[in-house]
Design a binder for this molecule. Structure first.
Ligand code: SF4
Ligand code: SF4
Ligand code: SF4
Length: 302
């Protein structure tokens, strides 16, 4: 069978156990497909594959069982369907994001918009190590951002104002899952050391006594899943989407220039000393606030 080497080398084309066949992974920032795109994918899976479509862990779809000599035609058809061939090698792979503030009531940021911007600038960039990027709109971290080489989490710092009298109703206490608010002497008291900055208490107070301050993007690096799972470390925070995008670009640029293949990014960051790495990134993004308190590491529930 004649293979098209060019298309076969694309990261989203994965040779199957039976090497006559390939699985073709799609590019889908934030895992969003329109109904029309899905109809197109279904038709292409019937025409070029075995009629199945597989949902992947990186929020995308793949078409299994495609013959090598059909790859080029399928890639062109996918392009026309606006769901081009994706990426899986040592590249910036599909960007994961939760619905963020477009749909989720807990979100502090627009995860989908940031995912689209990162995808436009960086998707498919060849790298010395695979770069997985995931975004979560709040510390619930539904997309497990801290298990990716770059993780982004939307947070907000709650501040208990004293402008008006707290009724001691306990609504904020009820909604805080971290046990960070207590009622003492009839009024609420917030313990910042327990707070993960989810912002839920802000929404819970009908009297606006808990104000959102410093809505921000926490950026983590060096996480990964797989055979040696590792939780990413908190690097810094920034306040705008543009700054978050800029930080991601700077990290990717650093990895592109300074990292080498065959070794976990987290170990490479250890080698150069994590603090030094943070210093280098912060120097390039003056608005960034380094996260030096390890106690503020994102908590993870898996
Ligand atoms: S991470 Fe937070 S904002 Fe995103 S879907 Fe989960 S709960 Fe909603
Ligand atoms: S922001 Fe979240 S963790 Fe912090 S006090 Fe409010 S509800 Fe609790
Ligand atoms: S919800 Fe508001 S009024 Fe009620 S205890 Fe909390 S801060 Fe006080």
């Amino acid at each position: 069978m004649q293979r098209d080497i060019g298309i076969h080398m694309k990261g989203g084309v994965i040779t199957e156990r039976d090497s006559e066949f390939c699985t073709v992974r799609l590019r889908a920032p934030a895992g969003i497909f329109t109904a029309d795109q899905l109809r197109g994918i279904a038709a292409l899976a019937k025409k070029y594959g075995n009629g199945e479509v597989h949902g992947t862990t990186r929020q995308t779809l793949e078409i299994p069982h495609v013959k090598g000599d059909q790859l080029k035609k399928l890639a062109a058809a996918l392009e026309k369907n606006k769901t081009p061939v994706g990426s899986e090698k040592d590249e910036v792979v599909n960007i994961i994001a939760c619905p963020g503030n477009t749909r989720c009531k807990f979100a502090n940021i627009d995860s989908v918009s940031l995912a689209a911007k990162i995808d436009t600038k960086l998707f498919g960039k060849e790298m010395p190590v695979k770069m997985r990027i995931a975004i979560a709109g709040c510390p619930n971290a539904c997309t497990s951002p801290m298990l990716n080489e770059i993780g982004i989490i939307g947070r907000v710092r709650p501040v208990r104002t004293t402008e008006r009298m707290c009724t001691g109703c306990g609504n904020c206490v009820y909604y805080c899952k971290e046990d960070a608010i207590k009622i003492r002497n009839g009024i609420s008291v917030l313990d910042e050391s327990k707070c993960v900055q989810c912002g839920v208490c802000v929404q819970s107070c009908h009297y606006d006594l808990i104000r959102p301050e410093h809505r921000h993007f926490l950026i983590t690096v060096g996480g990964r899943r797989g055979r040696h799972p590792k939780i990413g470390r908190s690097l810094l925070t920034v306040e705008t989407e543009e700054q978050a995008m800029f930080v991601v670009e700077k990290i990717v640029d650093w990895v592109y220039r300074r990292a080498w293949s065959g070794r976990l990014l987290s170990e490479q960051l250890d080698d150069i000393h994590f603090d030094k790495f943070r210093e280098e990134i912060v120097k390039k993004v003056p608005e960034a606030q380094p996260v030096v308190d390890e106690g503020s590491q994102p908590k993870m529930e898996v």
